[in-house]
Design a protein around this ligand. Structure first.
Ligand code: HEM
Length: 220
C-alpha cells in the first residue's frame, strides 16, 4: 500500500474516493473514444454501441439493489431516481429500433465489467458503493456534457438521451453533495474505506478498457 493511499484512508469516504480515482478519471476522460465523442467526430451508431454496453452494465449494477437495500447502511445508497436501465432501454428503442435486443452486440470488456459487478456489487455493500459512485456521479457530472454534445453535434433527439436525463434530480450539484454525505455516513472503518477505494479504481479501469475496445472499432 502506498503512503498516499494510507493518508487518503483518513479522509471521509467521498474525498478518499475522489483522490484515489483522480488519475484514473483523467485516463478515462482522455481515452481516444471519449475525446472523439466529445469532439463530435464519431457517428450516432458509435454512441448507440456505447449505450448498448451501458445497458448490460447498469442491468448488472441495478440487479444488486435488493441485496444492498436489505442492509441498513446500504439502503441509504439505493436511490430510485438514479436507476438507469429503463432510460437506456428507451434510448436504444430510438437509436437502434424496436428490435434492438437482437441487434446489439456485447463487447468482451462489457462482459468482464458485468461479471465484476455480479461478483462484488450483489454480495458486498462496499463493492456496490464503489461501482455506484463511479457510474452515477460520473453520469451526473461529465454525463451532462456528453448529453449536450450528443444533442448539438450529433442531433440525437431528446427521446434518445434519457440516460443523461435524471427527471427526479433537477439540481445535480445538490444531489451529488447529498450523495457524498450519505457515503460519508456509512459505518465503514479504515480498512473498508481502503477496499472501497481500490474497487472504485477497478471500476474506472473497467470503463477505460471498454473505451479502448470501442475505440478499436469506431476510431479510424
Ligand atoms: C466526457 C468525459 C468526462 C468528462 C468531461 C467528465 C467531467 C467531470 C467533471 C467536470 C467532474 C466534476 C464534477 C463535480 O465536481 O461535481 C466529474 C466528476 C466525476 N466523474 Fe467525470 N467526466 C468524464 C468521464 C467520466 C467517466 C468515463 C467516468 C467513469 C466511468 C467518470 C466518473 C466521474 C466521477 C465518479 C465523478 C465524481 C468525482 C467526485 O467528486 O468524487 N467521469 N467528471
Amino acid at each position: 500500500m502506498s503512503s498516499a493511499s494510507t493518508l487518503e484512508a483518513e479522509l471521509p469516504l467521498s474525498l478518499h474516493l475522489r483522490a484515489a480515482t483522480r488519475v484514473a478519471h483523467e485516463r478515462a476522460e482522455t481515452s481516444g473514444f471519449v475525446e472523439s465523442l466529445m469532439r463530435g467526430e464519431l457517428t450516432v451508431a458509435a454512441y448507440a454501441d456505447l449505450a448498448a454496453q451501458h445497458h448490460v452494465i447498469y442491468t448488472a449494477l441495478e440487479a444488486a439493489e435488493p441485496f444492498v437495500r436489505s442492509d441498513p447502511a446500504g439502503a441509504t445508497m439505493v436511490v430510485e431516481g438514479l436507476r438507469r436501465v429503463p432510460s437506456i432501454e428507451r434510448d436504444l428503442e430510438t437509436l437502434v429500433g424496436p428490435g434492438w435486443r437482437d441487434e446489439v452486440r456485447v463487447l468482451p470488456a462489457t462482459e468482464r465489467y458485468a461479471a465484476r459487478l455480479r461478483e462484488v456489487a450483489g454480495t458486498w455493500v462496499g463493492g456496490y458503493v464503489a461501482h455506484a459512485y463511479t457510474r452515477y456521479l460520473g453520469d451526473l457530472s461529465g454525463g451532462l456534457a456528453v448529453k449536450a454534445i450528443l444533442q448539438r453535434a450529433y442531433a440525437v433527439p431528446d427521446e434518445a438521451v434519457n440516460f443523461y436525463t435524471f427527471t427526479s434530480i433537477p439540481k445535480p450539484k445538490l444531489f451529488k453533495d447529498d450523495y457524498r454525505a450519505r457515503m460519508d455516513a456509512l459505518p465503514f472503518d479504515r480498512e473498508e474505506r481502503l477496499a472501497v477505494a481500490a474497487e472504485a479504481e477497478v471500476a474506472f479501469g473497467l470503463n477505460t478498457a471498454l473505451f479502448a475496445e470501442l475505440g478499436a472499432i469506431h476510431l479510424r
